[in-house]
Design a protein around this ligand. Structure first.
Ligand SMILES: C[S@@+](CC[C@H](N)C(=O)[O-])C[C@H]1O[C@@H](n2cnc3c(N)ncnc32)[C@H](O)[C@@H]1O
Length: 403
């Protein structure tokens, strides 16, 4: 193996890295890393080696990810493939021993940085696996990853292994591809807490069910009482709507702007004959319009679930979800019964849980609304987070109780 280049890193990166942050972002230092090197040794301002980094010159913002802080780094690099296998084994072992897979057929087998597998996420979807790369570096290790998975889970057939490039930048946003037949599209269903969902891989960027929300859906189980009236805003394919019906809701209204996702939701309902479909109403409208229309009809609800995209555009301007919450809160309040609960989510690492709650409190004061902030919701179980790495802790939620 060639000598690994040693490169100074930015003073801010040095500080963050020492606090456990595993990324080196784009700056004047990381732009000087030799482009052809897969590994780089990061040096501090006194040229002391700090970490062995996986270099990703093609990524727009994350130029390198910490692989190891253990010396000697050249040995760590030589043993890279064996360490990948060992870290995968460890990640799988943790999930095998948890009870996650007993209650649901969708869960993460590896969750990136928190499993010491930077930028590598592996989902188990019934008898399939979807391997997601957030850095192009992993593409060269496809075979190693697939083989390691199949050694631990021999029931996963090669034709059921899928790969996907994902990320914030366009170059990394690709549809999942089947390992053996790159043009294949796959449709099947899986069960989560006794509810069936239609999964589509290969046809769309997301496959129809957010696995990172699974533990949240479970945590919220106690919120729905028999007969509860539930409004599910930004419903997507209806995971929360079906979950509410399963918990005995008396009426569920799902709102999404996209006819495609509402049709998918209807397909999901059709997979669950035990749920009472007459208790469900699907509305293809913007949340804003739906909230106004429901108010006009004097409809009220016991539970409102609100899971907006982190930012949205009306064509003219882009609004972040955190900003949109002021108006959303005021409109949701008109539909929520006294004693009712609003379950609010925010899907971005840019706002911490504390800041999210502080902002909501400020809006409530401005709007003269009295709510108690109760249960906090976050990634859990198969989706661990790392201290000092807010980017990995993107999902936050809070239950608001109307006083
Ligand atoms: C983050 S996903 C919601 C995920 C969903 N809550 C779940 O648990 O599966 C956001 C959804 O909001 C929808 N959407 C985006 N802008 C919207 C708007 N202004 N009004 C209603 N739905 C919207 C999108 O079509 C998408 O399905």
């Amino acid at each position: 193996m060639d000598k690994i280049p040693e490169c100074l890193i930015h003073p801010v990166s040095i500080k963050l890295l020492r606090q456990g942050h595993p990324w080196i972002t784009a700056d004047t230092f990381s732009s000087r890393f030799p482009r052809q090197s897969e590994f780089v040794i990061g040096l501090d301002d006194r040229r002391r080696p700090l970490a062995l980094l996986l270099h990703d010159p093609h990524h727009k913002s994350v130029k390198a990810r910490v692989w190891s802080t253990k010396f000697p780094f050249d040995r760590e690099a030589q043993h890279f493939t064996a360490s990948v296998q060992a870290r995968l084994d460890l990640a799988f072992e943790k999930r095998i021993h948890s009870k996650v897979q007993l209650k649901r057929e969708n869960y993460y087998l590896a969750f990136g940085e928190a499993d010491q597998l930077p930028g590598l996420f592996i989902l188990r979807l019934q008898d399939r696996v979807l391997i997601q790369f957030y850095t192009g570096l992993w593409v060269r290790y496809k075979q190693v990853i697939a083989t390691t998975i199949q050694e631990v889970f021999p029931e996963i057939k090669s034709e059921n292994v899928w790969f996907q490039l994902r990320g914030e930048t366009k170059e990394l946003q690709k549809l999942p591809q089947n390992a053996l037949e790159p043009t294949r599209r796959d449709e099947f269903h899986l069960s989560e807490f006794g509810v069936q969902y239609l999964i589509r891989i290969g046809a769309t960027y997301d496959h129809g069910l957010y696995t990172d929300m699974s533990s949240v859906r479970q945590a919220l189980g106690g919120l729905i009482f028999p007969g509860a009236r539930v409004l599910n805003l930004y419903s997507y394919t209806g995971a929360f709507s079906l979950w509410a019906l399963k918990h005995g809701a008396g009426n569920v209204v799902s709102v999404d702007l996209s006819p495609k996702y509402i049709e998918w939701l209807q397909n999901n309902l059709a997979l669950n004959p035990d749920l009472d479909h007459t208790k469900h109403e699907a509305v293809v409208k913007s949340t804003d319009q739906a909230l106004g229309d429901l108010r006009g009809l004097k409809r009220t609800f016991d539970v409102i679930i609100c899971d907006p995209p982190s930012s949205s555009s009306d064509g003219a301007k882009r609004t972040s979800a955190i900003k949109a919450y002021r108006e959303l809160l005021s409109k949701m309040d008109l539909l929520l019964e006294k004693g009712g609960k609003a379950v609010l989510f925010l899907n971005t690492h840019q706002v911490s849980q504390e800041k999210f709650e502080k902002t909501l409190r400020e809006y409530l004061t401005e709007l003269k609304l009295t709510y108690k902030l109760s249960t906090r919701l976050h990634l859990g179980e198969d989706c661990p987070t790392l201290k000092g790495f807010p980017e990995g802790n993107y999902l936050k939620g809070i239950v608001l109780e109307k006083q």
